[in-house]
Design a protein around this ligand. Structure first.
Ligand code: URA
Length: 241
C-alpha cells in the first residue's frame, strides 16, 4: 500500500505536491469515488483517475536510483557482513542491483525487482551509455585519450569504441581527471581500460546511465524512478556501434 499522492507522482502525471493539490481540490477518484483525504493509501488493484485520466500503476515492480557512497558492496547480501547497496534502500520488496560498482566506486546504480529491465540494461547489444569520471595517477595525453576511444585490449579482447575527454590535468598532484563514456559493463572495465594504457585509477564515479543522472540525489541517498522514466529506459537502445 502506498500513499495516493506518491502513486500519482510515480505515474509521471505530475509532482507529488501537485498531486496533493489535485486531491484537495476533489480532482482525484479512487475506484470511482472522489477522495480528498491526504493520507489515503492505495494498492496496485485500485483504479485511480486524476482529472478524468486513468493513472497507470507499476504493480509490484519497484525501481530505485541510488547514489552509492564509497565502502558499500554491490550485492544483495555480503558474506563478510559489509554494508550493501540494498541496505541503503528502505523497501519491503526484494530488490537487487543492476550491474555493479566496485566497493570504492561511487555514483549511480539502479536497484529493482524487475528482471526484464535488468536484462535489458545489462545486455551489451542494447548499448546503454554509462558516463564515468575517473581521477587517475599521472598526466594523461591526448594521444592516450584517443587510444581509449578506439578501444584497448583487456585480457586479449578489444573494448568497443568509447568517448573520452580530459576534464583536468593537475601537474602539482600529478593527476588527471577524465570523463569516459562506455556502453560495456565488464567487471572493473574502467579501471582495466586505464590500466591498459598505463594508469591507475585513484577515484571513480558513475555520473549517469542513459538519461538518468544523479541530479538532486546526494551521496548515500536514493529516489524512485517514475513509470515514464522506466518506459523511457526500455526505449533507450543505442545503436551507435
Ligand atoms: N568500472 C570499474 O572499473 N569499476 C566500477 O566500479 C565500474 C566500472
Amino acid at each position: 500500500m502506498e500513499r495516493l499522492q506518491k502513486v500519482i507522482a510515480l505515474s509521471g502525471y505530475c509532482s507529488r505536491r501537485k498531486a496533493e493539490e489535485l486531491i484537495s481540490l476533489g480532482k482525484v477518484k479512487v475506484n470511482g469515488k472522489i477522495v480528498i483525504e491526504m493520507g489515503t493509501k492505495v494498492d496496485s488493484m485500485d483504479y485511480i483517475e486524476v482529472e478524468g485520466h486513468p493513472i497507470e500503476q507499476m504493480e509490484d515492480k519497484v525501481y530505485y536510483l541510488l547514489n552509492k557512497p564509497r565502502g558499500v558492496v554491490t550485492t544483495a547480501k555480503d558474506e563478510k557482513g559489509r554494508k550493501t547497496v540494498v541496505d541503503l534502500v528502505k523497501t519491503s520488496k526484494r530488490i537487487y542491483p543492476v550491474g555493479r560498482l566496485d566497493y570504492d566506486t561511487t555514483g549511480l546504480i539502479i536497484l529493482t525487482n524487475d528482471g526484464e529491465l535488468t536484462n535489458f540494461l545489462t545486455h551489451p547489444k542494447n548499448n546503454i551509455e554509462k558516463v564515468y569520471v575517473a581521477k587517475i595517477k599521472g598526466l594523461i595525453t591526448k594521444d592516450e585519450i584517443r587510444r581509449l576511444c578506439n578501444g584497448v585490449y583487456i585480457d586479449g579482447k578489444k573494448t568497443s569504441k568509447a568517448k573520452a575527454k580530459i576534464l583536468k590535468i593537475d601537474k602539482k598532484t600529478n593527476s588527471s581527471v577524465v570523463e569516459l563514456i562506455i556502453h560495456e559493463g565488464k567487471n572493473h572495465q574502467v579501471k582495466n581500460m586505464f590500466k591498459a594504457i598505463g594508469y591507475d585509477v585513484l577515484k571513480l564515479k558513475r555520473e549517469s546511465i542513459a538519461f538518468l543522472t544523479l541530479d538532486g540525489v546526494p551521496s548515500g541517498e536514493y529516489r524512485q524512478l517514475s513509470i515514464k522514466e522506466v518506459k523511457k529506459l526500455y526505449g533507450e537502445k543505442n545503436n551507435q556501434e
